[in-house]
Design a protein around this ligand. Structure first.
Ligand code: BGC
Length: 838
């Protein structure tokens, strides 16, 4: 039933008030208010005692009752925008989902009782994931129908969604199958479901984990309202090679930034509790090393030394596991000769035993089948056996488990205990989602209608989009542009491309939902300014006939905004590029427009899913804005930045090379024995391009300026088991309010194995009013100073450490401290403190 603009179900009462959506989650136990508002942080607090009293115990709501509750809630919400409560008042998500609490024991007893009733085939059904109508991301594989569900052959679906459809399919599972076990509906909800947010690499550029958590929360709510229980996100693969198309799906090149983004997204997707029907299971993928594909060629082998694996590629997975991610997906690649779908040491050894993680390990799409192509399984039965023995619980669409494991188990080649453990993990997830109590709790048509593209979600998407924009260059304060311009020419193949605005992996996003850059600029300009538009060229053809019109409009206009880059289908899975320049004739278009513009302001807006090598543009165009793919609110967010309503503060999560031949180029590299020196011939560099990146990791400008005081360390000398505080005063020295992303880097000056020149160990996005000064303090723990030594022990070694604090990975204020004492082993608990929250 829907009352007014509100909706409710057994667990929520939602009130959509234009820019505000309020949800009373679990109103029966008076759990939490969630409030999402454009400019404010995501806040929650326990319900007031008065409201709790009125809600507790009410199982059935009449229309009159709902109206009364809506009114009460509206009073609550009508209050001021003053902070309701700090983040700390929100119930902390469980970081160790499998601690033996009483509830867990109850769950385990229940799960065991279900397991005991299942036949071997039904157990394997739980481990089988079929592709649904939207689930094609690899070879054509069979789809399951009602007969398969009825026969207990399906545990979960990929790419099936919709409240009505999932209800119908669930009905077959729980009413017509023998075991009556609900099925899970999974999908790739990467950066929004229908309300599409910026692509993941863009969100990482915000350096704002709290905002990223909010974005994932909205994605979860909308996806859950469409019947989904499980997302295959976050993608947490570190990528140092922008040729690799999937760099767009991750958080870039740095393990610390990647860890914060991984955890923030897990918290966002899974919420405070999976009992909340607006929460979905998160999946950290692709375990592990997928981003290290040789040559940037997707699915290719990854050569990763074990120290690099531990220090660069594993940390974001560790962070996701610590944040309670209920699932992890195996990667398509091999690591050191062992395909990840067969990598028992990493799955069972590191993930499960070392980290104590006990969620569902899902294969990637046909990943089990691909063990044959990898050449480690001569036939499909061996592939199934090797995968399940390695710890892969769920077989996504290969259907090898179902086809072969009955015989493998009956013949004794696979131990049934292995199958039982895998099934337990799947059943636990179903239990935790509350599906055994009510299999239809995610399939509410009213909720689906109320939450799809809800105004509050759109407002969040705009906010996230603005935070993700990186101002790469702004010579002579070209930006922001004056709003009172007589005319502005918007030129370029991506200026009015709604599909590209959404980016890749846009789930249920529709191009018509997206406000393009052109539409956003038109809205922002109103009627006083003439907005002229020419496409100029297409993204990737050789046709230059559109240049004439572009040049004509440039001559007519007072300023030009060029929107160029890659269309959305040039990055993501299987979308690798051997050259990463501006495709097609776009550079020619930029040159023609620039020449025609004379002294008029020309701004280049880049839309792309990877870092690009664009040296001419970088040198010749005075203002460059990195807009990635910003989602449904691309246009408004961009206009906010272009015309100064929002002061950009995004930072690059990946280095931008000058030329493709420099790849890999990343900030946390080693010094080498011959570090590059301009005048020294025999040093590590190129003869045709500088060795430095065009723009380094962490780079991004603002419309204001910031200054840093010298760095203070709390002690000049510490023991290996001590922490040290690093502080700096940051001042907004300009005349506009703005956010500074304060970044902390560390170097172990000399150690028994070589260490990176610097490593990010902390950052904070700090809003500062014009003239305001704030002290920012970071704590460096022993964990942050430790590394894997010759014997692969995680140790802190005595010696000096240098720290830098600044606004990018280059430069900054530095200080030094000494660790005195003995080499000390430190248990690696992950890059983030265990109680870390966005
Ligand atoms: C991708 C995964 C994705 C899966 C299901 C695969 O091709 O590698 O990231 O989750 O398809 O769509």
């Amino acid at each position: 039933m829907v009352a007014g603009k509100g909706w409710f179900d057994d667990n929520h009462l939602g009130i959509d008030q234009g820019p505000i959506i309020a949800m009373i989650a679990n109103y029966r136990n008076g759990f939490v208010w969630e409030r999402m508002k454009n400019q404010s942080v995501h806040r929650s607090r326990p319900l007031s005692r008065g409201i709790q009293r009125r809600l507790v115990g009410r199982q059935v709501l009449t229309a009159a009752r709902v109206a009364a509750l809506l009114a009460a809630a509206a009073v609550c919400l009508g209050g001021s925008a003053a902070p309701l409560a700090s983040q700390a008042t929100r119930p902390a998500p469980s970081t160790r989902p499998m601690t033996p609490r009483a509830a867990d024991r109850r769950m385990d007893r229940f799960v065991d009782s279900v397991l005991a009733r299942l036949t071997l085939e039904e157990k394997l059904g739980q481990l089988t994931q079929y592709r649904g109508q939207f689930g094609l991301t690899g070879p054509q594989t069979p789809e399951a129908g009602a007969a398969d569900i009825r026969a207990g052959r399906v545990g979960s679906f990929l790419g099936v969604h919709g409240a009505e459809l999932t209800r119908q399919m669930q009905r077959v599972a729980v009413e017509e199958s023998r075991a009556k076990i609900p099925v899970l509906f999974a999908h790739d909800v990467i950066h929004g479901f229908r309300t599409i947010f910026p692509v993941s690499i863009a969100e990482a550029a915000s350096f704002d984990p709290a905002a990223v958590q909010r974005a994932a929360r909205v994605a979860a709510a909308e996806a859950a309202a469409h019947g989904l229980h499980w997302t295959f996100a976050p993608m947490v693969d570190i990528a140092r090679d922008p040729r690799w198309g999937r760099i767009v799906e991750g958080a870039g090149e740095d393990p610390y930034l990647g860890s914060t983004m991984a955890a923030a997204r897990v918290f966002g997707f899974q919420g405070a509790s999976l009992r909340d029907t607006l929460s979905i299971l998160a999946t950290a993928k692709h375990f592990v090393g997928y981003g290290a594909a040789e040559g940037g060629r997707d699915y290719n082998v990854a050569e990763i030394p074990s120290r690099t694996l531990r220090e660069i590629y594993l940390p974001p997975f560790h962070a996701a596991a610590n944040a309670g991610a209920r699932s992890v997906m195996a990667a398509f690649n091999e690591v050191d000769g062992i395909p990840m779908h067969a990598h028992r040491d990493l799955i069972d050894g590191v993930l499960r035993r070392e980290w104590g993680w006990d969620g569902i390990l899902v294969s990637d799409y046909t990943g089990v089948m691909e063990l044959m192509n990898h050449g480690i399984a001569a036939d499909s039965a061996t592939a199934a056996r090797v995968a399940v023995d390695a710890g892969v619980d769920v077989d996504m669409v290969s259907n090898f488990y179902m086809s072969h494991l009955p015989r493998e188990v009956r013949s004794g080649r696979v131990n049934v205990a292995v199958i039982d453990s895998a099934v337990r993990r799947v059943l636990r997830a179903k239990y935790e989602l509350g599906l055994f109590e009510d299999p239809y709790r995610y399939s509410s048509v009213a909720r689906e209608r109320a939450l799809t593209l809800a105004p509050a979600f759109i407002a969040e998407a705009r906010d996230m989009a603005r935070r993700s924009i990186v101002l790469l260059k702004n010579e002579g304060n070209t930006l922001p542009l004056r709003k009172g311009l007589g005319s502005i020419a918007v030129i370029g193949p991506l200026a009015d491309d709604g599909r590209s605005a959404l980016g890749s992996w846009a789930a249920a996003g529709r191009p018509e939902d997206a406000v393009t850059p052109l539409a956003g600029i038109r809205q922002a300009m109103g009627t006083g300014t003439r907005v002229l538009y020419a496409r100029g060229a297409s993204v990737d053809s050789a046709d230059t006939t559109g240049f004439t019109e572009a040049v004509r409009l440039t001559r007519e206009a007072d300023a030009v905004v060029l929107v160029v880059g890659e269309h959305q289908d040039m990055s993501a899975e299987a979308r690798n590029r051997a050259s990463i320049d501006l495709p097609g004739v776009q550079l020619g278009l930029v040159k023609a427009v620039k020449a025609a513009a004379g002294s008029k302001p020309v701004v280049a807006v880049l839309m792309n899913g990877r870092s690009l090598a664009i040296p001419w543009l970088a040198d010749s165009v005075s203002a460059i804005v990195e807009a990635w793919y910003l989602g449904v609110q691309t246009g408004p967010a961009l206009a906010d930045v272009l015309f100064g309503d929002y002061n950009p503060a995004g930072r690059l999560p990946v280095s931008f090379p000058r030329a493709v031949g420099q790849i890999p180029v990343y900030y946390n590299h080693k010094n080498t024995g011959r570090p590059p020196l301009e005048r020294e011939r025999y040093t590590s560099k190129y003869i045709d391009v500088p060795w430095t990146p065009q723009w380094p990791f962490g780079h991004g400008l603002s419309y204001t300026t910031f200054s840093y005081s010298p760095v203070r360390v709390s002690a000049n000398e510490i023991r290996p088991t001590d922490s040290v505080a690093v502080s700096v005063d940051v001042t907004n020295t300009g005349s506009r309010d703005g956010d500074e992303v304060v970044q902390l880097y560390v170097r172990d000056d000399a150690a028994t194995v070589t260490r990176p020149l610097r490593m990010l160990k902390g950052f904070r996005r700090v809003p500062l009013k014009a003239g305001e000064r704030q002290t920012v303090t970071f704590t460096l723990r022993p964990q942050d100073l430790a590394f894997y030594d010759l014997r692969m022990r995680h140790v802190v070694e005595p010696g000096t450490f240098t720290v830098w604090v600044g606004g990018s990975s280059l430069g900054g204020q530095s200080a030094r401290f000494r660790v005195a004492g003995r080499v000390t082993e430190v248990r690696n608990r992950g890059a983030l403190p265990v109680d870390w929250r966005p």
